[in-house]
Design a protein around this ligand. Sequence first.
Ligand code: RAM
Length: 330
Amino acid sequence: MSIWKKALATAAVATALMTTTAAAENVKIALVVKALGIGFFEAAAKGAEEAAKELGDVEIIYTGPTDTTAEGQIEVINSLIAQGVNAIAVSANDKDALVPTLQKAMERGITVISWDSGVAAEGRMMHLNPSSNALIGNTIIKLAADHLPEGGDVAILSASATATNQNIWIEEAKKVLPNYPGINLVATVYGDDLADKSYREAQGLMATYPNLKAIIAPTTVGILAASQAVTDAGKIGEINVTGLGLPSEMAGAVASGATKSFAIWNPIDLGYAATMISYNLVKGNAKAEPGAEIGMGRMGAAKLDDGNEAAMSDPFTYDSSNIDQFKSIF
Ligand code: RAM
């Protein structure tokens, strides 16, 4: 072989090697959350890391804005597009505002799903709900009603006014209110999933509605802040704070009696499942279309409905009888 032929052959081997290395590159999955610093999303990130470890060739990019705005998420998503990630799995601060940016991501070949808080159908391939929306809506009212046998005034302290998930749950909750005749919903306010704003909104509710018997917060940030506000106002026993919370954050409120009970699903499993789904879509192991079953590792398979949505498990209720078993998990 001439020296030139040898050089060419070596170059060919080198090229082949480079191609193999490129093919073995990690699948980059970005978990975009409503905002950084929220315990619920940190638990979901733990699940995403668990899935990545199991899969072996995945890199998780856990990211989000500093406050729960669509603008902040759009900025984050644009930078992920520029980085060339393989998948974006987003919990949306707004159903519609993210659509054009996510469409741009999909046009560039990026897999886009929403989980927890959804994006409108045209802005994602599928959406993973933590549970049935109707069930969550009923659960949050029932949690309050169970401790109000005589009925009474209740108020909702939500996350941001544009949060897809909370808005759907509140809509579902309002539908079942006629089934709870003594329960009188007097107001819905928004704490934007910020601890201080949620605390002030809870104080505002107590000042405006002197007969308030329960604050229902379908957000882990809101329920914690409201239980603190009720405690600081000396109203434990008078106002019950309930809704959706994390056992790790709510153990104190349950012990003090500020919160009699609350519910949630497992956020670790949710982050794990969103990662597994993203991976399977990137790898072409499944297609996001009605009727499809997309593998979620140890969580089984997500079965997509006509709107390309799937739901995971039922929410679980925590109170003084069981919170100690869960408070170190999530
Ligand atoms: C907060 C967020 C999240 C929601 C939970 C219940 O952590 O708003 O989106 O699912 O509460």
